[in-house]
Write a protein that binds this ligand. Structure first.
Ligand code: GTP
Length: 623
């Protein structure tokens, strides 16, 4: 297949607009997979259990199709992209391997926050965009109105929009034709040295890391014969291509090459414009740097532009419920991380929770998915601490990133040594029907949003018109309850997306929670000073509800530095030690009560508060 017979494309869409369903229809129409029975809706490209349960795509999957156009066989490489905001980075990487994208919009929902962000990424990458309106079979579909919305938002000519139902298959053949007619072929050549773009990776227990590559130039071969003369014997050496990573300079030997159809099909070589997988003795997923350029040992090439490693945005501690399970848990975390290169791992120990790991994730959904996979696939019984974002502590002579509240400088250190504390901020956009606009403004203000702007997505106003609200908001504000509140306050109609926007100086402090006067490290939080009273009060109220009563009274306090912000008292559990004594043994009764009082005092002096793990789980859940 020469380049002119190849098309590399992606489907970009807001979550749930039908990407996976359309991918399945394209695979069926090209005969790549068998047509499924009507009514059966399980998807071919979504593979993880958590993806099926949640109906979201976590891991991008890729498939090559062969189809006949005008008497010529063409290869269409579909680079599937995940649909959630946490994985925006993966979307951007996958798009770098394409020349075009289908911009899919639900004809009943219209343009949503992620439709806009993925459109901009695709446009910045210079991709040819094919606008597609999906779900036109739905009674609530309003194709004309949404087409007008796409025109006003993206400058798309309504005449270019293809209307389809991915569910029934209507119009999908036009999409296939448009891919060939409108998307330009890749422009690689075999005359230049091998240059392969690494855009995704997966992990195989037996072969190690499998990387997905798009060949820019040259030919990548599995088998290479070379002839050597070793002391009069002709020795024929059979080996795979030897390649180098531009990013790490590490060398690898190709052991396996193939294409995904969508199952693996081995091939002996990959040519310019083709997309396929390679295995090359990479042991850990972290070696496969998404966006890296690979070339043959001994020949230099210019790396593909824009390489940027994934950055963890949210950190949390993971601890075993039973402390003795730590070695097993750590092993499970490491095994799972082999398949998920964007997770970072560090050991962490807590006086309250014992030994655990501090993990870094792309976002809270990513964190949830990882936790669920640990529980489903590795049977792990865990506690996960409240998520924290990476703060930047600017000292007089250096900058330090802190992603664990326990490492955050306390008030005394901050006053003497720290110049300022900065927190990560993001540019957020929310799209919502006009009637919820006021609620969304309130939500943004209560989460410290600034630079609020809004505009109408539809020309003119009306009950159905939608508003896009843009603002700058601290990342820490959106990793807690923001998304849930956004959904509940808009009856599920608001959509949301964000992108990193650097760091900003902020008035933050470490809040500690004291039980019986002793700080509990696992409960520490970083709070904005303007919220400290409210957060302190809320948390002590929560704690007093979930911590089991002790034999003695336990004060529960929230403190910032030496200042106590809030306090509740957990009343004593009064064991009825005199229950077994009947009648007139008043003296004995008094004695027993006296002893109980002493015992209580002793325990209090020792400062032992038993918070069992269940209470911790409850606390973390309520967060
Ligand atoms: P993510 O994988 O989470 O990004 O979602 P997605 O965009 O892949 O959406 P998916 O294909 O899973 O479809 C979401 C829902 O919409 C599913 O319940 C589909 O059955 C349904 N759906 C998809 N296309 C159509 C369509 O043309 N008509 C109707 N009525 N429903 C559709």
């Amino acid at each position: 297949f020469t380049c002119d017979l190849i098309r590399n494309f992606s489907i970009i869409a807001h979550i749930d607009h039908g990407k996976s369903t359309l991918a399945d229809r394209l695979l069926e129409l090209t005969g790549t997979i068998k047509k499924k029975e009507v009514g059966k809706n399980e998807q071919v490209l979504d593979k993880l259990k958590v993806e099926r349960e949640r109906g979201i795509t976590v891991k991008a999957q890729t498939a090559s199709m062969v189809h006949n156009f005008g008497g010529k066989q063409h290869i269409l490489n579909l680079i599937d992209t995940p649909g959630h905001v946490d994985f925006a980075w993966e979307v951007s990487r996958s798009l770098a391997a394409c020349q075009g994208a289908l911009l899919l919009v639900d004809a009943s929902q219209g343009v949503q926050a992620q439709t806009i962000s993925v459109f901009h990424v695709a446009q910045e990458r210079g991709l040819k965009i094919i606008p597609v309106l999906n779900k036109i079979d739905l009674p609530a579909a309003q194709p004309e109105r949404i087409a007008a919305q796409m025109q006003s938002t993206f400058g798309i000519d309504p005449a270019d929009i293809i209307q389809i139902s991915a569910k029934t298959g209507r119009g999908v053949d036009q999409v296939l034709q448009a891919i060939v007619d409108r998307i330009p072929p890749p422009n690689g050549t075999t005359t230049r040295p091998l240059k392969a773009f690494l855009f995704d990776s997966m992990y195989d227990r037996y072969r190690g890391v499998i990387s997905l590559v798009a060949i820019q130039d040259g030919i990548l071969k599995k088998v290479r014969y070379s002839v050597d003369l070793v002391i009069h014997h002709l020795v024929s050496i059979i080996s795979g291509d030897r390649i180098v990573s531009c990013h790490t300079n590490k060398k690898y030997e190709i052991t396996d090459i193939g294409i995904l159809n969508p199952e693996e099909i081995p091939v002996t070589s990959l040519h310019p414009g083709q997309v396929g997988f390679i295995a090359c003795n990479m042991k850990e997923s972290s070696e496969a740097h998404i966006g890296d350029t690979l070339h043959r040992v001994g020949s230099a090439v210019d790396p593909m532009p824009g390489f940027k490693p994934a950055k963890a945005m949210v950190y949390a501690g993971i601890f075993p419920i039973d402390t003795s399970d730590f070695p097993k848990l750590e092993e499970s975390i490491k095994r799972l991380a082999l398949t998920d290169r964007s997770v970072t791992i560090q050991r962490e120990s807590s006086t309250a929770l014992g030994q655990g790991c501090r993990l870094g994730f792309l976002g809270t959904l990513h964190m949830d998915v990882f936790r669920q996979r640990l529980e489903d696939e590795h049977d792990a019984n865990i506690i996960i601490t409240a998520p924290t974002v990476p703060y930047k502590i600017v000292y007089r002579d250096r900058e330090v990133y802190v992603s664990n509240p326990t490492e955050f400088p306390d008030a005394i250190e901050a006053a003497s040594k720290v110049k300022e504390v900065q927190e990560p901020i993001v540019k957020a956009s929310i799209i919502v029907p006009e009637e919820y606009f006021g609620d969304m403004m309130d939500l943004c203000f209560s989460h410290r949003a600034e630079e609020l702007e809004h505009k109408y997505l539809d020309a003119g106003t009306g009950t159905e018109s939608r508003i896009m609200l843009n603002c700058v908001i601290p990342l820490s504000e959106i990793v807690t309850d923001f998304f849930d509140q956004l959904k509940s306050r808009s009856s599920g109609f608001a959509s949301f997306d964000y992108e990193e926007a650097g760091y900003k100086s902020s008035n933050l402090a470490k809040m500690m929670f004291l039980l019986n006067g002793k700080p509990v490290d696992a409960l520490a939080l970083i709070v904005h000073r303007s919220h400290e009273d409210a957060i302190g009060k809320l948390w002590v109220k929560k704690l007093v509800k979930v911590i089991p009563r002790q034999m003695y009274e336990v004060p529960i306090q929230a403190a910032v530095g030496k200042k106590i912000i809030a306090r509740e008292t957990l009343s004593a559990y009064r064991a009825d030690v005199t229950a077994g004594l009947y009648g007139g043994h008043v003296e004995r009764k008094m004695k027993v009560l006296e002893r109980q009082k002493e015992g209580k005092a002793r325990m209090k002096r020792m400062g032992t508060v038993d918070i069992d793990k269940d209470a911790f789980v409850e606390i973390m859940r309520s967060k």
